[in-house]
Design a protein around this ligand. Sequence first.
Ligand SMILES: Cc1ncc(COP(=O)(O)O)c(C=O)c1O
Length: 294
Amino acid sequence: MSDSDSSRSDSTVVYFAGRFKSREEACVSIDDRGFLFGDGIYEVIRVVEGRLFRRNAHLARVDKGLQDLGIRLADRERIRIQDILDDLIRENRLESGQATLYLQITRGTSHPRKHFHPPPDTPPTILISATPFKPNYDLQKNGANAITVPDLRWARCDLKTVNLLPNTMAAQQAKERGAFGAIMVRNGVITEGSNNNVFVVMDGTLYTHPDSPHILSGITREVVFEIADEAGIPVEQEPVPEKVLPDVDEIIMTGTTTDIQPITRLNDRVIANGHPGTIVKVLQTGLKQKMGIR
Ligand SMILES: Cc1ncc(COP(=O)(O)O)c(C=O)c1O
């Protein structure tokens, strides 16, 4: 870490705007387009014993997001990001146990404030941080309550942008009602959770919203497809109407920090027998195996 700042004042080292610094020292410019417009993308990667789970899939999603938004990252920057991810795990002593890496790339700083994009050679602002992470395995074992909320988002939910206001509002509503999470509903169909994808089980088949601009196609969702395939569990990517939810056999949320979470109560009403079902357990075991967790 040649450009590491020697005056770090706390133990958390982040990479921000071209330098390693302490979390307190990393300050965003008032002209950053991420700050002003939410003009940027982000990624969260799970780290298990120092290894990035599904590293390539996460980095591919970053590339796709940058491409779709037209944010240009020099090749050397892109390659450097891969090293920085590993550097931060080491610097923050996260080689054992679990952690998450947060990566955010905005279109950079530009003044005066204009809605249209700054010149293409404006350097993007890159933030990368690493944080210890403890999954809630008790909740994953026992099940949790979720609520349904209207999906208030835009028509490009497939982009992992930092525009998360409707997601944060949904998560806050869930919190205020003592629920684990919120399932969003658009035109009578469930799309996904505020920070996870949603599956339901009906008659032994897993159903989830098809890939579309109305959902973020999760990396964990892909892992679920793999595990289901290996276990011989049929999967249908079909819209699930909200009205069938009370009668499904299982509801499952999946995501990088959610893992595979059974939802055993919906809007405070018990789903099936109120206990995690058989399929969610297969998926949980499969995910742990693939993550290398015993
Ligand atoms: C809206 C939304 N859907 C789905 C997911 C799950 O994606 P992944 O499994 O890649 O974490 C996330 C994760 O943050 C999310 O924010």
